[in-house]
Ligand binder design. Structure first.
Ligand SMILES: Cc1cc2nc3c(=O)[nH]c(=O)nc-3n(C[C@H](O)[C@H](O)[C@H](O)COP(=O)(O)OP(=O)(O)OC[C@H]3O[C@@H](n4cnc5c(N)ncnc54)[C@H](O)[C@@H]3O)c2cc1C
Length: 496
């Protein structure tokens, strides 16, 4: 027989959004008991977890902690007092076998791209300013309008297509607008010649320093888990929510789950659900079915593999990460974990993460771990950063649904789905990155939960979580939170 559980607040997902919601609900005391169910059997933190093998630690991509919101910064310090180190950001782009600093300076571009190519880039930028694409719809249109076709071809196209696995003509201009907005090429060039100091407003893609927990982002989320348990919240690991039945008489939810540790089914009855599981998975499994159920199929995600390579010695470069534009190298980006924090590897050792963007149904994802390690070792050889004799071991981490895809349909679909959910239920709250199908960072995921808990507390819909990060420009320099989108550092699948 199924195991039956009852809880006031069932939180689905123990990532930043779920943990924040649980922590804040428990602080309120009057809002009832809280249980988090987390599909991962071992780690809290979701995509922001830190995995560990022997004395080596690996992020799913490096995770910078940066937010313009004082609420978020205060919450980070409250959850992890004295746990942060301050890091300098350094990253470069490997393009045509040359390393370009990021942000690239005009003089460096001149030397490394060559005089003729630099002039062509300049002319194409001027052309784009005089004859822009009138209504930019795609990523290609947006970038070409802002930087010129030539720079688009040199510095955006190959890498972006590696990341998303689709043509830049199919990627929505929204994505570029959300992630690259604020970067003015002219200001950048003038600044690199020191003719004119850059706008004082911090450009979010170019943040120079950031905070980082000394044992990786997972340290923050494990600490949140401990705090939640000390406040009598429950956290159940290895539990995957599979379907959601709404009882319209009792106005409660019955959630069917699979316990991955023993393959048993279990059922929760909950007065309220706060859900950070992917929107598509949730909408497809709500009963009675939603009218928009079939629309959910249109939402797609990009998956992500890291091959973490443990080294006998420290690397002789100090970039946090390097973008790899070279088509001959399979990896899209390389992390240098010890440059994020020395505590990520034993003393005198190094640790490199080769990152591969793919889809779960690709041949690439189906490679065995041993095959993936071989591909990574080949890439390391081509990059010329280490001898393969320096390798101690390697470890493969697969992350499904790492990126919610912004294609031509996504906006319309999330608006239909979220409207139907909000109109149909008063006790189902979608939060977080995949929960809202928002290409967002930890701080945004957390903010969606902060605002949701406030709405629950005051029994209102006043805070509109769908406005978070809608217009980063409007938010530049904002330090107050309520009902406002926030500027934050991005998770850099595209370097600009
Ligand atoms: C490569 C990469 C680099 C990044 N870099 C940064 C960075 O530098 N700075 C930054 O702030 N952010 C960064 N991010 C973004 C950050 O990882 C996310 O914004 C954040 O983790 C989102 O939190 P979340 O709780 O909404 O979702 P998630 O982290 O996805 O957590 C959701 C949790 O729910 C669980 N779950 C899902 N479905 C179910 C289910 N049915 N039942 C039970 N549990 C379920 C999952 O296992 C997961 O643990 C990066 C992301 C990527 C992919």
């Amino acid at each position: 027989m199924d195991e039956q559980m009852k809880v006031d607040n069932l939180i689905i997902g123990g990532g930043p959004a779920g943990l924040t919601a649980a922590y804040l609900l428990l602080k309120e005391k009057s809002l009832g008991g809280v249980e988090i169910i987390e599909s991962n059997e071992e780690y809290l933190g979701g995509i922001s977890r830190t995995e560990k093998k022997n004395e080596f630690r690996f992020d799913i991509g490096g995770h910078r902690f940066f937010s313009k919101s004082s609420k978020i910064n205060d919450l980070w310090d409250e959850i992890l007092p004295n746990g942060f180190i301050e890091r300098k950001r350094k990253s470069r782009i490997l393009f045509k076998q040359k390393f370009f600093n990021y942000p690239i300076s005009a003089s460096e571009a001149l030397i490394k791209l060559g005089f003729i190519e630099s002039v062509l880039c300049g002319l194409s930028f001027i052309k784009a300013k005089i004859f822009p694409v009138k209504k930019p719809k795609s990523f290609h249109d947006w970038v070409a309008n802002n930087f010129g076709e030539r720079l688009y071809l040199n510095f955006f196209k190959t890498y972006t297509e590696k990341v998303w696995g689709m043509s830049c003509d199919e990627i929505s201009a929204d994505w570029a607008a959300q992630r690259i907005k604020g970067l003015d090429l002219l200001k950048l060039v003038l600044d690199s010649f020191n003719f004119k100091k850059m706008n004082k407003t911090e450009i979010k893609t170019l943040i120079k320093t950031f905070k980082y927990p000394k044992f990786g982002p997972g340290m923050m989320w494990e600490s949140a888990g401990e705090k939640i348990k000390s406040m009598n919240g429950k956290i159940s690991m290895g539990i995957n929510a599979t379907s959601f039945y709404y009882n319209s008489e009792k106005k409660t939810w019955e959630v069917n789950c699979l316990n991955k540790k023993n393959n048993h089914q279990l059922k929760y009855t909950a007065k309220r659900i706060i859900c950070s599981a992917a929107m598509r998975d949730v909408v497809e499994n709500i009963y009675p079915p939603l009218k928009t159920k079939n629309e959910a199929k249109k939402l797609s995600y990009r998956d992500f593999i890291t091959v973490a390579v443990m080294m006998k010695k420290e690397p002789d470069f100090d970039d946090n990460w390097i973008y790899i534009h070279d088509k001959k190298i399979n990896a899209g980006r390389m992390q240098n974990y010890t440059s994020w924090s020395n505590y990520m590897a034993p003393e005198k050792c190094g640790c490199i993460g080769l990152e591969y963007f793919c889809n779960k149904n690709d041949q690439f994802w189906r490679h065995s771990n041993e095959e993936l390690k071989k591909i990574a070792f080949e890439d390391i050889k081509k990059l010329g950063i280490f001898d393969n004799d320096d390798i101690l071991d390697a470890f493969v981490i697969r992350q499904e649904k790492a990126y919610p895809v912004y294609d031509k349909d996504y906006k319309d679909v999330i608006s239909k789905l979220s409207n139907e959910i909000e109109e149909s239920y008063k006790n189902l709250f979608l939060v977080g990155r995949n929960g809202m199908h928002k290409y967002n960072n930890q701080d945004h995921a957390m903010m969606s939960s902060i605002l949701t808990v406030e709405n629950i507390k005051y029994n209102t819909k006043k805070n509109n979580i769908w406005n978070i990060n809608v217009d980063a420009e409007y938010l530049e320099g904002e330090t107050s939170d309520k009902n406002k989108a926030m500027g934050s550092v991005r998770d850099t699948p595209n370097q600009l």
